[in-house]
Design a protein around this ligand. Sequence first.
Ligand SMILES: Cc1cc2nc3c(=O)[nH]c(=O)nc-3n(C[C@H](O)[C@H](O)[C@H](O)COP(=O)(O)OP(=O)(O)OC[C@H]3O[C@@H](n4cnc5c(N)ncnc54)[C@H](O)[C@@H]3O)c2cc1C
Ligand code: SF4
Ligand code: SF4
Ligand code: SF4
Length: 376
Amino acid sequence: MMKTFSDLIQDVQKPGLCHRCGGCVTFCTAINYGALELNEKGRPRYADEAKCIQCGLCYSVCPEIDELDEETKNRLAWQPPIGRIIDTAILRATDSDILKKATDGGVVTALLLHLFNSGRIDGAIVTKPAGPFLREPFLAISEDDILEAAGFFFDTSQGMKNFSDYYLTCSQVREFEPLIQKGLQRVAFVGTPCQIRAVRRMQTLNIVPSDTLKIFLGLFCSGNFVFGKKQQQKLSEIGGFGIKDVAKINIKEDLIVHLNSGETKSIMLEELEFMKRFACYFCPDYAAEYADVSFGGIGAEKGWTTVITRTPAGRAIVADARSRKAVEAYPQGNARSLEREALIKVKLWSDKKRDAALKNRKTLGNKFPGIKQETE
Ligand SMILES: Cc1cc2nc3c(=O)[nH]c(=O)nc-3n(C[C@H](O)[C@H](O)[C@H](O)COP(=O)(O)OP(=O)(O)OC[C@H]3O[C@@H](n4cnc5c(N)ncnc54)[C@H](O)[C@@H]3O)c2cc1C
Ligand code: SF4
Ligand code: SF4
Ligand code: SF4
């Protein structure tokens, strides 16, 4: 019998593996009239089970189900250990306004703006800061929209309602609906590795609207965090700072907290295990292995981004942005050796994350035998 969303509830939601990519809901919406929806926290659920036509697409597309893995890997020429790599570079935006707002070197924003201003995309699915520790998915269709999404935002003035485990979590695929309504044809997608994976699988199935996404910019990801009141308290105790004094946060090998006073505090990522989202313990992808270009702060100095180009489309975009001076490379000299070192670090973190995911999945599999066991 065809597996449906009821099986996703059993095999993915109950074991705690749903990372709210929103893939199942988007697919269902594309072929159906509303059997599924996302609740206010980005969790998928039946909106009306009677409307389910049992097509099975929500099940196939879920990244926690292995049905489309091989095909997706082959399509993207994925190679072990961390996906295809054409080039590694350390880059930053040339525009000082972008640099001021950006998380690291502002390369994601600079590339998006370059693509937009040169007419190669007519929109981008990004996330914008929406409150303390909170981001929301957003279809950017102007230069200002793209800039608005850059970087990290930290403001504790809006009360407690936004302090939920929705922090840094969002289902960008929610933005597919406005994308269709606006009739956009060439759209870039920025997201964490799990989000990129979900949409790449949709492309493997060749279903609208994933075919309008022309470029995938992936962020390295060691994990996503639950930022409730308790977690904030503990975090500020570990780091020895007041939450209200935080100006900005970066994640590299450590969590780096920039305070309003100009001081910075480093907290080892291992110390943040207490606030990691449950599904992230089972995630094998650190380096956004299915993106066209992947980005992270690891291996790069403050104010620079480590950039891994993975596909010919990604290479063309980065090369063009470099030649048009939208982004610049780390000054020559020791640049090559820094790039090599950065790639070694990315591989190390990827190994560590994949090993932990494999181990955790084995343990969870004892209780929920239906869950996916990664092979690589
Ligand atoms: C949850 C998370 C964990 C990360 N963990 C690591 C890590 O362990 N090691 C590491 O080296 N780098 C990590 N990164 C990546 C790093 O923080 C930067 O995003 C990356 O270096 C790009 O910086 P930039 O200055 O070039 O990007 P910017 O120009 O600042 O642009 C950032 C882009 O990212 C998008 N974005 C921000 N937050 C989210 C989100 N939650 N979901 C989807 N899109 C988002 C924005 O829409 C924006 O377009 C992580 C990022 C996230 C979101
Ligand atoms: S209609 Fe298809 S995609 Fe929607 S819930 Fe049913 S099986 Fe899943
Ligand atoms: S497709 Fe994404 S949102 Fe849906 S069940 Fe799977 S992981 Fe969760
Ligand atoms: S650790 Fe994996 S599941 Fe968690 S946010 Fe990052 S990419 Fe997604």
